[in-house]
Design a protein around this ligand. Structure first.
Ligand code: SAH
Length: 225
């Protein structure tokens, strides 16, 4: 009975919060209808799983708002069959959505506890085409590069060069970038050639900090600005 209720809640969420707010891509909408967001949350948050809001996960981090996950993935323009890199695995939810569309998903988190938990959750829902790495995602995951698409779920002060270099020519990256705590621009970057990238601002967003070699040094550095 409970499972049934959540399936209804999920379909309603996709209809009103995702499609209702302008996400049109069929692959994205189908993926959002399929992946059980509650599986990525602590039990006491299950009833909030289909509210269109970010929610706390372990280590002071958040699972992103479903609409923004859908919007970011739609803006990657995936058609199916791709190899995708995600920075900021967090709960693993966005990776599971990506894995419904793409062929292979590689996701990185700097917090070991989250990387381990995401691995276990993804396995528990039988999502087998995602690989999770514990490490600094501002350096990408060079072993599996180049990627057709890169999605960054944390906001840094600039676009990491390592990520730009791991994008295929013709590939796309979405990343929040901004100096202030309160506001970041979501950028969509298309690699036009070996040396040229087209950059477009597509939304104002607010993400947790991207902390690493080519991001913020620590929580305090961004707080101080
Ligand atoms: N996509 C996630 C939400 C991620 S929240 C989901 O669907 O649940 C952002 C995540 O980015 C956090 O888990 C944080 O630990 C991680 N993060 C921040 N800086 C990072 C870095 N340099 N490399 C990898 N992960 C990073």
């Amino acid at each position: 009975m409970k499972t049934m209720d959540l399936t209804d809640a999920r379909n309603e969420m996709v209809k009103h919060q995702i499609a209702g707010r302008g996400v049109k891509n069929r692959l994205v909408l189908d993926a959002m209808r399929k992946v059980p967001r509650e599986a990525f949350l602590a039990e006491h948050f299950h009833e909030l799983a289909y509210d269109d809001t970010p929610l706390p996960i372990a280590a002071n981090q958040t699972i992103s708002q479903p609409y923004i996950v859908a919007y970011m993935i739609e803006s990657l323009g995936l058609k199916g069959g791709e190899r995708v890199l995600e920075i900021g695995a967090g709960s693993g939810y966005a990776a599971a959505i990506l894995a419904e569309i793409a062929d292979e998903v590689f996701t990185v988190d700097r917090i070991a506890e989250l990387a381990e938990k995401a691995t276990a959750t993804l396995r528990s829902i039988n999502c087998l085409n995602v690989r999770v790495l514990h490490g600094d995602g501002t350096q990408g995951w060079p072993e599996h590069a180049p990627y057709d698409a890169i999605i960054v779920a944390a906001g840094g002060p600039r676009i990491p060069e390592s990520l730009k270099s791991q994008l295929k020519i013709g590939g796309r990256m979405v990343i929040p970038v901004g100096l202030a705590n309160a506001s970041q621009q979501l950028l969509r970057i298309t690699r036009i050639s070996e040396t040229n990238y087209q950059i477009k601002e597509i939304a104002d967003v607010r993400f947790v900090p991207l902390i690493g070699e080519e991001g913020w040094q620590d929580e305090d550095e961004r707080e101080a600005i």
